[in-house]
Design a protein around this ligand. Structure first.
Ligand code: AMP
Length: 191
């Protein structure tokens, strides 16, 4: 199995880069943001509750996202591996992921951190908001809150994975294809 995390702040390009990586390495894409939006669209109780947090730019409680990831992984247990996008976002989520993967006899092989300066992130998110229909990309206040959540709750994971020797930072500015090549170069080193 090959399991990798695409790490980085909102707007870093995790979703865009995942799209190409899943084909290149035959992996399953797990985006907790996408899963939560699908729940909301389907009108489930989980989706409606989660949307209260999403709309404010706050993180959804750990047990909700961990449960979704567990279900997804069980449904795709024959997969050759997973790309985790937007998950984990807190230390308890990272610990839960380690436990989940150990049930598969697997581990996180590499954490790829997309590094992008904040001015560029705000620009990208507001631009995406014009076409994505995502309300949380359209309000500057919500975007700012998402960054705050990232700084306080998610950024400590860089240290968590650096200590495990699995974190690699990649320049996330510039051409999409160039960034993709940098990511593949790092993945190929751990294959
Ligand atoms: P994303 O599509 O990854 O930008 O996520 C959109 C929103 O969904 C976030 O701002 C959070 O409110 C929520 N969300 C997505 N993934 C997680 C997660 N792993 N933990 C908590 N909340 C999440």
């Amino acid at each position: 199995m090959l399991n990798l995390i695409l790490f980085g702040p909102p707007g870093a390009g995790k979703g865009t880069q995942s799209e190409q990586l899943i084909y290149a390495y035959n992996l399953k894409h797990i985006s907790t943001g996408d899963l939560l939006r699908a729940e909301r669209k389907a009108g489930t109780e989980l989706g409606i509750k989660a949307n209260e947090y999403i709309a404010k730019g706050e993180l959804v409680p750990d047990e909700v996202v961990v449960g979704m990831v567990r279900n997804f992984m069980k449904e795709h247990s024959s997969s050759k591996g997973f790309i985790f996008d937007g998950f984990p976002r807190t230390t308890p989520q990272a610990e839960a992921l380690d436990n989940l993967l150990s049930e598969f006899g697997a581990k996180i092989d590499i954490v790829l951190g997309l590094e992008v300066i904040e001015d560029e992130l705000v620009k990208r998110l507001l631009l995406r908001g014009e076409t994505s229909g995502r309300a949380d990309d359209q309000s500057e206040e919500t975007i700012r809150n998402r960054f705050k959540e990232y700084q306080t709750k998610t950024l400590p994971l860089m240290d968590y994975y650096t200590k495990k020797n699995s974190y690699v930072g990649v320049n996330g500015m510039g051409e999409i294809d160039h960034i993709q090549s940098s990511l593949r170069e790092e993945i190929n080193k751990v294959l």
